[in-house]
Write a new protein. Structure first.
Length: 345
């Protein structure tokens, strides 16, 4: 019997993350147990375990969520305990009230669940006295603080390498797509090859989205990270490159779509087609050059020239009447690609 995918991640968390979570939980248990020796420091341990996240910024967000949830849950439990005493059903009432309070104040799902869990634990494990409630709040804050400190001190992760990897793959595939279209334009193509060109071009969009998500994760990992100064410039350069490549992705998909929609076997006889194909190869060269300059190439490449290949804008003679729509569409998309790659200033 296979384990359902719903309870398994696509990849394991780094072992370092497990070590940090364990260290924070143990430290919170020991410190809170020393401060409040009469109670098991459950709240501190849970807080530390939840606060240790993949980045320091996420840890602070989780710490705020956890702290507000515990304080609200403890206050609700204490109020109900003082009003109704300690019958067994008060635990269920506290859960319902906590969920309603979270809904009224539009709390996030994590905060809302924390309010209900904290109210339940206070009533189930202890008492509703103000002293006990105050101790549990302080205990939670101890766990939160230890979780943040441990996450910040033990090698905070910097997710720059995945961003570089995904952006490099996008650049390489984008250049290859320009070359493939350039190779196809002057020659007759079978229907199967046309479909293949479209499929390959459409793959650029999820690759662009993956690069965008990886760069965003890298930027988020640097927030409040002590190591951010050495990597911030790299991610800024990657973001700038992605902003240059993203419109080209759209243009390449559009050019391939237009070629497939308006194709006929005589298109290669147009004098402009050979010139357009040459410009596409030059654009592919310049995409590779931009990726290499940004130091995100997936593997070392030897370029024929480190000088940009796109020079003066392409000027062509008017095409025949049956091809003017396709030629015009390709020329407009080519103009936009050139605008992204060539610095006219």
């Amino acid at each position: 019997m296979r384990i359902p995918a719903a309870i398994r991640a696509s990849q394991r968390s780094p072992l370092l993350q497990v070590v940090k979570s364990a260290a924070a939980t143990i430290a919170a248990w020991l410190v809170a147990g020393w401060v409040f020796p009469s109670q098991l420091p459950v709240f501190a341990a849970i807080a530390a375990l939840l606060v240790v996240q993949p980045s320091v910024n996420q840890s602070l967000s989780k710490a705020l969520e956890r702290s507000i949830g515990v304080i609200a849950g403890v206050v609700i439990a204490m109020g109900l305990g003082l009003l109704l005493g300690s019958p067994s059903w008060i635990v269920l009432l506290a859960i319902v009230v906590a969920m309603l309070v979270a809904w009224i104040f539009r709390a996030s799902p994590g905060t809302g669940n924390q309010v209900a869990i904290s109210a339940m634990l206070v009533l189930a494990l202890g008492s509703s006295s103000p002293e006990y409630a105050f101790a549990r709040i302080i205990e939670t804050l101890i766990g939160v603080a230890i979780g943040i400190v441990v996450n910040a001190l033990i090698v905070p992760p910097v997710l720059v390498a995945p961003a570089r990897h995904h952006l490099g793959l996008l650049g390489a595939e984008l250049a290859a797509s320009l070359d493939r279209l350039a190779d196809a334009l002057p020659h007759p193509q079978p229907p199967a090859r046309m479909q293949e060109l479209m499929l390959e071009a459409r793959l650029l969009r999820p690759m662009k989205d993956a690069a965008d998500a990886a760069i965003a994760a890298g930027e988020e990992s640097l927030t409040l990270n002590p190591r951010r100064s050495t990597h911030r410039a790299d991610l800024r350069e990657m973001r700038a490159l992605l902003e240059r490549l993203s419109p080209i992705v759209t243009q390449v998909i559009g050019m391939t779509r237009a070629y497939a929609d308006h194709y006929d076997d005589s298109i290669g006889e147009e004098p402009a087609v050979i010139a357009i194909a040459e410009q596409l190869r030059r654009a592919g060269h310049d995409v590779r050059l931009a990726v290499q300059i940004a130091d995100v190439a997936p593997e070392p490449e030897t370029l024929t020239s480190a000088i940009p290949a796109l020079t003066a804008p392409l000027v062509i003679r008017p095409p025949s009447s049956q091809h003017w729509i396709l030629i015009g569409s390709l020329m407009e998309d080519l103009r936009r690609i050139r605008g992204e790659l060539v610095d006219e200033d």
